[in-house]
Ligand binder design. Structure first.
Ligand code: ADP
Ligand code: MG
Length: 727
């Protein structure tokens, strides 16, 4: 009998909701209390420092050097007033999550004691050892220094008595070693290009900003049950486990009432999030049992992404207080919906226009159609790249499963927008433009566009949802920056091209609105293959997409190739987002990460199969053999055969599964050995994908069969029905 499993189940069942200290005040009084926001800057900085810092932030300029000491002094005072003892640069290396290196404020005071010190130099720049982070060969160990440098557009905050300073992380020679650097570059690119295009409609526009509203899905598993599953502990997902008799077929979990224990966790999390200035707003149950979602109010993309990463750390920490483990893995349980992180993405001007929101006047709507069409064109041209931006070893289990977006990128537009496209595409040149007041662009629908936000197509990886696009293929564990870098850069590049073409038409004497509409028509026609409103899960779509020339690759290591195709390299170079050296280095990291993740899973599975499952199965089988022999002794001859036929059957079936498991583990180990000898990271990742992953699937299949045969009392690992239903 497996004591560990039963103890864990007992412990989990007995658990009660943890008490949460609810602040006496309303959220607006403690919201952002741990953030060095403008209000704190105003309070703690000399007036001229405050003015210059705010100006630099607004103008997207670097912090003037001579102000660093003054800002640092104010920030330190605020941090110490709020209980901080350490400070750290907080950055996003190319691993999952964030990195920190804490230093105490203390320095020698020269009299045998210490003083708490923090100056401009420490605020602005640190030099963490870059060779210990993934760098794809950019960092040689003899030149191991990397820089982290303050990103003034994201405010410092206090987490666990530590002042955290959001920073970029770059190599000594200037290449990015993180997600934030290229994200900021991509946001600048879309700002530059978007502003030019937006100025065609409104000369007052000075900046275009990219917004992000993420929806974070996750699973909760009780701590004790988690600890009894080595696969969850080491890989974040269950590598085996037969479906529970009840899972999500009754659809009774989605938006259902939230279990008390979970509610307490969510409340605690929200309070902490609000203190850190994360505008957490929506929480609900998701489709699968034990699956939940948290969504904030959308924000400027760089800040929103910092907030997402911060929230993920916070969730893990708060979860522990409530005896939960938070699973961010995209597919922790086979046969049950996976977790994504929908990226609601939009562009807006500094004059307050949301560029994907249809307006009231024809002019506003021409602008709306322009930005939508350019986005479609960018997604069309770079559909393979966008898929690469969300591809990972873990997300591979979710994409293409029958609940998540398919592994082909297409754009869902919805009925009204599709009608509008058709109208524009079919329109002829007799469109009537009547000066500034009444721009009759022949598209009568435009002034009345009421795009129905409920027109949802859950099967689309990239959907227009009323005033934004929702990139749904992003995985729950991902750093959103990866998707946002590719998307904003591609759209920026497309907007530049568009702008150039419109300028040409203007130079040739065309009227502005006419020139714009003519170009919009061109790009709608060019990119119509990306537009698909049908069922993305169907097999017909896969065939159709291939005919349309969309990227249908499903092997993750090969999907990554899209980053190195000439059209991607050129696009990234034109927009100044990545150099080809950076792209190559980052792909090395991607392939290496893929290999490592599969390698770890494969080792854990091999261990579980040989050392947990097979011994138990053998023990149970030997009980059956024992019984069989005894029955046959008691009832010799034909009668005995008849009575013991069931046992014989089970013994044989078990033996078959056990043999398969043994052989397949052997084959998998061999495949790993061979793959490990390959020098090229790309080829190695492909070998892992082609030769190791299939063995893992076969092994799992046979283990899951055994789970149904072996005495429940003996089975060593908590089963899905135990892991998945929090009371
Ligand atoms: P649903 O699950 O129906 O898609 P949610 O309310 O869970 O919607 O999440 C929608 C997310 O989209 C929220 O984070 C919201 O702030 C964000 N959002 C809404 N409008 C925009 C916009 N124009 N740009 C970016 N994000 C937006
Ligand atoms: Mg959504």
């Amino acid at each position: 009998m497996s004591d560990l499993r039963f103890k864990a189940v007992e412990e989990a069942m007995a658990r009660k909701a943890v008490h949460v200290d609810i602040p006496a005040q309303r959220p607006e009084t403690y919201y952002g209390s741990l953030v060095f926001n403008r209000q704190k800057m105003f309070e703690y900085l000399p007036k001229h420092t405050y003015d210059a810092l705010v100006k630099a932030i607004d103008m997207k300029e670097p912090l003037p050097r001579d102000l660093a000491d003054s800002v640092a002094a104010g920030m330190k005072r605020w941090a110490i007033d709020n209980g901080a003892r350490h400070y750290t640069h907080w950055f996003h290396p190319l691993t999952d999550g964030t990195a920190e290196k804490h230093d105490a404020f203390i320095e020698h005071d020269g009299k045998g004691g210490v003083v708490e010190e923090f100056n401009g130099k420490l605020l602005v720049q640190q030099e963490p050892d870059a060779s210990s982070f993934p760098n794809g060969g950019i960092r040689n160990t003899f030149e191991a220094r990397g820089y982290s440098a303050w990103d003034i557009s994201s405010p410092a905050f206090i987490l666990d008595q530590t002042l955290c300073i959001p920073t970029i992380f770059i190599s000594y020679t200037g290449e990015s070693l993180d997600y934030k650097t290229p994200l900021l570059r991509a946001l600048n690119a879309v700002d530059r290009a978007g502003t030019k295009v937006a100025q065609l409609f409104d000369p007052e526009v000075k900046h275009v900003c990219s917004y992000l509203g993420w929806e974070q899905e996750y699973f909760l598993v009780d701590e004790a049950l988690f600890a009894a599953r080595p696969d969850l502990v080491l890989t974040g997902r269950t590598l085996m486990g037969h479906e529970s008799a009840k899972n999500q077929q009754l659809e009774d979990h989605y938006f259902g009432s939230i279990p008390k224990r979970v509610e307490a966790f969510m409340l605690d999390l929200e309070i902490e999030a609000h203190r850190l200035g994360i505008p957490a707003k929506t929480r609900h149950n998701e489709v699968a049992p034990n699956q939940f979602e948290l969504a904030p109010v959308f924000e400027e993309a760089n800040l929103a992404n910092d907030h997402n990463l911060l929230l993920m750390s916070l969730m893990t920490e708060v979860g522990r207080r409530h005896n939960f483990r938070v699973l961010f893995h995209e597919k922790p349980f086979a046969g049950i919906n996976g977790s994504g992180k929908h990226n609601n993405w939009s562009l807006g001007t500094d004059t307050g226009t949301l560029l994907f929101a249809p307006g009231k006047t024809p002019a506003e709507n021409l602008q709306f159609v322009t930005f939508v069409a350019n986005t479609m064109a960018a997604v069309h041209r770079h559909n393979g790249l966008l898929k690469a931006s969300i591809a990972s070893a873990t997300n591979a289990h979710r994409l293409g499963a029958n609940e998540a977006p398919p592994a082909i990128i297409s754009v869902f537009a919805g009925r009204q927008l599709s009608d509008l496209f058709t109208h524009i595409v079919n329109g002829d040149d007799t469109l009537d433009f009547a000066g500034k007041e009444g721009v009759k662009i022949g598209v009568h629908q435009i002034p009345e566009i009421m795009v129905d936000n409920t027109d949802r197509n859950r099967t689309s990886p990239f959907a227009f949802t009323g005033n934004r696009f929702e990139f749904r293929a992003v995985g729950s564990s991902a750093n959103c920056a990866s998707a946002l870098i590719a998307l904003n850069a591609a759209v920026a590049d497309q907007l530049e091209t568009f702008y150039g073409k419109v300028q040409k038409r203007l130079a040739a004497g065309e009227e502005l609105n006419h020139a714009i509409l003519a170009e919009v028509r061109e790009i709608l026609i060019e990119s119509q293959n990306i537009h698909f409103d049908g069922n993305g899960y169907s097999d017909e779509w896969k065939e159709e997409a291939a005919r349309r020339g969309l990227d249908c690759e499903t092997s993750v290591p090969k999907i990554f190739d899209a980053y190195l195709r000439p059209e991607s390299v050129e696009m990234f170079s034109r927009t100044g987002v990545f150099s080809s050296v950076e792209l190559e280095a980052r792909n090395e990291v991607k392939w290496e990460m893929y290999t490592k993740k599969v390698q770890i899973e494969s080792r854990v599975l091999g261990d579980l199969a040989l050392n947990h499952v097979l011994p138990v199965a053998t023990r149970y089988q030997s009980l059956l053999v024992d019984n069989l022999v005894k029955l046959r002794t008691l009832f010799p001859g034909e009668q005995g055969k008849h009575i013991s036929a069931g046992d014989l059957d089970s013994i044989e079936h078990m033996a078959e599964h056990m043999t398969e498991i043994r052989n397949e583990v052997e084959k998998m180990t061999q495949a790993r050995k061979e793959a490990n000898r390959i020098k090229s990271e790309r080829e190695k990742a492909i070998a892992y994908h082609d030769n190791v992953v299939p063995c893992m699937e076969t092994i799992r299949y046979h283990i899951d069969k055994l789970e149904l045969m072996v005495d429940n009392e003996m089975w060593p690992l908590p089963k899905y029905r135990e892991l998945l239903f929090i009371r």
